[in-house]
Design a protein around this ligand. Structure first.
Ligand SMILES: [Zn+2]
Length: 122
């Protein structure tokens, strides 16, 4: 089995609606996102082209970059937390991957010290 990952970044504003503390106030983060995929078959020596993975992730992050997450689906109805951003990106990215590749996890850093990962079934 092979695994590989890419890391991309975006900036966005949000506020946590049901939170009693600083994060209930409007503020922004420079988010870092890591996507990990896996598969057991290489094509021309590669599991998947890094540039394809970056392109697919960038297309999703483009919807969020420099936006107010609370106004962007699906975060109009759920908290725009790192956990929910990770799950959202996981679910959106998975169907676009080549057939021989599956998504393992999406990790979202809100700061250099805080991250959340979404990995189904664990
Ligand atoms: Zn925040």
């Amino acid at each position: 089995m092979y695994e590989l990952g890419v890391v991309r970044r975006f900036s966005a504003a949000h506020r946590l609606r049901n939170y009693n503390g600083k994060c209930e106030n409007l503020h922004g983060h420079n988010y870092t996102v890591e996507v990990v995929v896996q598969g057991d078959r290489l094509v021309d020596g590669m599991l998947v082209d890094f540039s394809l993975l970056k392109q697919l992730l960038d297309a999703l992050l483009g919807r969020l970059d420099h936006g107010y997450l609370n106004d962007i689906e699906p975060f109009t109805g759920i908290e725009p937390s790192a956990e929910n951003i990770a799950e959202h990106l996981f679910r959106e990215l998975g169907p676009h991957l080549p057939d021989h590749v599956s998504i393992v996890s999406v990790k979202v850093w809100e700061t250099g010290d805080n991250w959340a990962v979404y990995r189904p079934g664990t």
